[in-house]
Write a protein that binds this ligand. Structure first.
Ligand code: F1P
Length: 346
C-alpha cells in the first residue's frame, strides 16, 4: 500500500483554512460591499474544480442578479456565444492563480468590459489572477500540496458563499459564518468515519453518482471530480430529478448514489432515492437531520449546522474522504494522481 500523506492531511485541515479565509473576507467586507452595491450582471470563470466553484457562485448570485458561469476555455473558444449583455462584475476562480485559460479568459472579459470590476478568488498571493484583479480574496491556508483540490475548494467555496450573501445587501455577514469552522471540524470527523465504513463494507462498488439541485449541482460535480481524479473510478453528477431521464439505466448493486439534499422539495428527493434503492443501488443521503433523518437510505450523513441553508463546505468532505480511501484501497496514490498536474499551463 503506497504511503500517502499530504492529501489526507490537507482534507483534514479544511476547517482551519475556512477559519482563515473568513478573516480575509471580514477585512475586505466594506470594499466587497461597495462592489456588490454596483453589481447587477456577473460573469464567473474557472477551470476544473474552480469551474465548479463558479457554477455554485452562479447559482447563488442568480437568485439576486443576472449571472453567467463559463469554463474559462469556453470564453476563449466560444466567445461569440457569450451573451450580449454588459457585464459589470467578473469573478475569477483559480487555486493557483496561474491556469492559462483563466488568466486569458479574465483578460478577455476585462477587454470586452473595461468598466467591469474583477474579483479574484485564489489561494496564491502574488499570482497573476491576484495581480490582475481589482480586489482578491485569498485563502492563504487553502494553499495545498495536493494536486486534487481539497481544502482549497472548501475554503474558496466559503468565500463565494460569503460574497453572494453580501450581494443580497445583508450587511456584517461575518456573524452568519462564525460557527462554520467548528461545524466543519465536526463534519470532518463524521465524514471520515462514514467514508471509511462505506469503503470497507461496500467492496462491490464500482460506480459513483452524485446528485444535487441548484447550487448543490456544482457540489455534486466537484464530488464527481474528486472520485475520478483520486480513485480513477466511474463517476457522474446530475441534477436529481434529471436522473430519471436516462442516467438511471446504469444503476445496479455496484452503484453508490449520493444525494446532496437541500431543505427544499425534500419529499421529491426522498421519493427519487427510494426509487434508486429499489433498482439495487446503495444510497447516501447528505443533509440536515430534519431533511434526511427519516429517509430510506443505505447511509445517512447529517450535516451539523443551525442554519436553514448550511454552508456547502460541510457537504464536500464525505466525497473527498470517499475518493481518498477508495484510491488507497485500490493501491493508488492520491498524492500523485494519474495524468494530472497541479496547474494547467498551455
Ligand atoms: C485547478 C485545476 C484543478 C485540477 C487540476 C488542475 O486550477 O484545474 O481543478 O484538479 O489540479 O488544476 P486552478 O484552480 O489552479 O485554476
Amino acid at each position: 500500500m503506497p504511503q500517502t500523506n499530504f492529501t489526507l492531511k490537507e482534507i483534514r485541515e479544511q476547517s482551519e483554512a475556512i477559519d482563515t479565509v473568513l478573516d480575509d473576507l471580514k477585512e475586505k467586507e466594506d470594499e466587497l460591499t461597495k462592489i456588490c452595491s454596483k453589481s447587477s450582471v456577473f460573469c464567473l470563470v474557472g477551470c476544473g474544480a474552480s469551474y465548479y466553484l463558479a457554477l455554485i457562485g452562479n447559482s447563488l448570485l442568480m437568485g439576486e442578479d443576472l449571472s453567467f458561469a463559463f469554463p474559462s476555455s469556453e470564453i476563449l473558444v466560444s466567445s461569440e456565444r457569450i451573451p450580449n449583455v454588459s457585464f459589470d462584475t467578473i469573478l475569477s476562480f483559480s487555486r493557483s492563480g496561474e491556469s492559462t485559460e483563466t488568466v486569458k479568459a479574465t483578460k478577455y472579459m476585462k477587454k470586452r468590459e473595461p468598466e467591469a470590476k474583477n474579483i479574484g478568488f485564489t489561494c496564491t498571493e502574488e499570482s497573476t489572477i491576484q495581480k490582475n484583479s481589482n480586489i482578491s480574496i485569498i485563502s492563504r491556508d487553502g494553499k495545498e500540496q495536493s494536486v486534487v483540490m481539497t481544502k482549497s475548494f472548501s475554503s474558496m467555496l466559503v468565500a463565494i458563499e460569503y460574497f453572494s450573501k453580501l450581494n443580497t445587501g445583508e450587511n456584517s455577514v461575518f456573524k452568519d459564518f462564525q460557527t462554520l469552522p467548528k461545524n466543519s471540524e465536526k463534519m470532518l470527523k463524521k465524514s471520515e468515519k462514514l467514508a471509511k465504513k462505506i469503503t470497507n463494507s461496500e467492496e462491490k462498488l464500482k460506480k459513483f453518482v452524485f446528485l444535487g439541485p441548484g447550487e448543490y449541482y456544482g457540489l455534486a460535480s466537484e464530488a464527481m471530480l474528486a472520485i475520478e481524479e483520486m480513485s480513477l473510478s466511474w463517476s457522474k453528477a446530475y441534477h436529481p430529478l434529471e436522473f430519471r431521464h436516462g442516467p438511471r439505466s446504469i444503476v445496479d448493486d455496484e452503484t453508490l448514489v449520493t444525494l446532496f439534499t437541500p431543505s427544499r422539495r425534500v419529499s421529491e428527493h426522498k421519493k427519487l432515492l427510494e426509487e434508486v434503492q429499489d433498482l439495487g443501488a446503495k444510497t447516501l443521503a447528505v443533509g440536515k437531520k430534519s431533511d434526511v433523518g427519516d429517509m430510506e437510505s443505505s447511509y445517512v450523513l447529517e450535516v451539523e449546522s443551525e442554519k436553514e441553508n448550511p454552508s456547502l463546505s460541510l457537504y464536500i468532505p464525505i466525497a473527498q474522504f470517499l475518493a481518498y480511501f477508495r484510491a488507497v484501497k485500490l493501491g493508488l496514490d492520491p498524492d500523485n494522481p494519474q495524468n494530472l498536474t497541479k496547474v494547467v499551463k498551455i
